[in-house]
Ligand binder design. Structure first.
Ligand code: GLU
Length: 445
């Protein structure tokens, strides 16, 4: 925890743990860019990489801040803050999603961009890393406001992006519809087709078949792989999923279809528990029909509502955090019972929590490996856009599985050989690849 953390804890004991000190500690624990830098340093030291090279990798290449004025439906003009961070182009064009969320900060986007660099390197696809974000609450925007926001943001970051420079994609609260607008805006402004400038589009406008399900499918594949290494079968394994968006819901559905028992699920509206497994197809349908696309309001025999945070500490074989970063901390890690954690979200576990989980023998399949399925199929989409040649879904699924299994095996082998966690192994593998590209390119000028 460190001295400062300890002092803050003492102050909070006096204030019954709810004072500003607790909040400050939590904010510090959860600063994702600090987390990213800590992770790079740890894995870099293990690899024996020189400190100045690590300095290059810790810091993003470019950070763009944009102001995005939008005419609201009532005639007012509101100005939103947006970012695009290009972390590294050493291994290829920058690649990574765009997030719409009220809590977006530049440090968060920097961290997410850095994780994209490592993610693309772990699965060995020819991209660097980038990420974008707009500070906004999309739930409070009308369809027209959302479209104008997206189109103006696209125009503002257009000087920096492009099919061979930086290719955005969906992330938290963004989807195919937003990517379609993004592509269309770039096409109109550049005066030529710009399909390959963004991935995650609808199939009718250049999207790849299977992209929407890709991240969840990747999570399912690595869950299968890690359980197999532990001599366990997915069939009958109990699973808890935090987050029921594009990643969590698809992972839950595919795991359910593969015979796992998804006993607990949570999203922003609360949690649900059924000891012998929730009916996930029914729950997915409920969420699709619910106006806010949440699990609240779902009821079935034997289903018990639980507080959302309790889903993390359920007695299950596999826990899948698939919401936001900084969810598993030193505060709740000691209560986690799952033997395996598969990180569907980016950065859900703090470095402090990692230490606790490792001591307790919990195996964490890290984000940069576990949720890489999305960017892998984004890569396929980009390739198809550049070639104007489209694959069927079976080809996408087969190639995705091949890449995920190979990456899992590489990381597993390295972890065994180096006697380190899967996280450190994945970071070592990724950093070594990024470092090699930087070394081979040399430093300009
Ligand atoms: N936002 C996703 C991620 O964090 C996908 C990025 C992409 O497809 O470029 O991996």
């Amino acid at each position: 925890m460190g001295v400062l953390g300890f002092l803050l804890e003492v102050v909070d004991v006096i204030h019954e743990g709810k004072g500003p000190a607790a909040q400050a500690l939590q904010a510090m624990e959860a600063n994702p860019y600090e987390m990213f830098k800590t992770q790079v340093r740890l894995a870099g030291q293990k690899l024996g990489l020189p400190a100045d090279l690590l300095k290059i990798i810790e810091t993003p290449e470019r950070v763009l801040e944009v102001s995005v004025p939008v005419k609201m439906d009532d005639g007012r003009i509101e100005v939103f803050l947006g970012y695009r961070v290009q972390h590294s182009s050493a291994r290829g064009p920058c690649k990574g999603g765009i997030r719409y969320h009220p809590a977006v900060t530049v440090d968060e986007v920097k961290a997410l961009a850095g994780w994209m660099t490592l993610k693309c390197a772990v699965v060995d696809i020819p991209f660097g890393g980038g990420k974008g974000g707009i500070v906004c609450d999309p739930a409070g925007l009308s369809e027209g406001e959302l479209e104008r926001l997206t189109r103006r943001y696209t125009a503002m970051i257009l000087p920096l992006i492009g099919p061979s420079r930086d290719i955005p994609a969906p992330d938290v609260n963004t989807n195919a519809k937003i990517m379609n607008w993004f592509m269309d805006t770039a096409t109109v402004l550049r005066g030529e087709p710009m399909y390959a400038i963004v991935t995650g589009k609808d199939v009718a406008v250049g999207g790849a078949r299977g992209r929407r399900e890709a991240t969840g499918r990747g999570v399912m594949i690595v869950t299968q792989e890690v359980l197999a290494r532990l001599g366990k079968d997915l069939r009958g394994a109990t699973v808890a999923v935090q987050g029921f968006g594009n990643v969590g819901s698809v992972a839950a559905l595919l795991l359910h279809q593969a015979g796992a028992k998804v006993v607990g699920v949570a999203d922003i509206s609360g949690g649900l528990y059924h000891p012998s497994g929730l009916n996930i197809p029914e729950l997915v349908e409920h969420v699709a029909r619910s106006p806010r696309h949440v699990i609240a309001g779902y009821a079935a025999p034997g289903v018990v509502p639980i507080p959302a945070e309790e889903v993390l500490t359920l007695d299950v074989d596999v826990l899948i955090p698939a919401a936001l970063e900084g969810q598993i901390t030193e505060r709740n890690a000691p209560r986690i019972k799952a033997q395996v954690i598969v990180e569907g979200a980016n950065g859900p576990t703090t470095p402090e929590a990692d230490v606790i989980l490792e001591e307790r023998g919990c195996i964490v399949v890290p984000d940069i490996l576990a949720n890489a399925g999305g960017v892998v199929v984004s890569y396929f989409e980009w390739v198809q856009n550049l070639q104007y040649f489209f694959w069927d879904e079976a080809e996408t699924t087969a190639r995705l599985a091949q890449i995920m299994r190979r990456a899992f095996q590489d990381v597993w082998n390295l972890a065994q050989a180096e006697k380190v966690s899967l996280r450190i192994a994945a970071q070592m593998l990724a950093l070594a690849r990024v470092a090699e590209a930087i070394r081979l390119r040399g430093l300009f000028p």
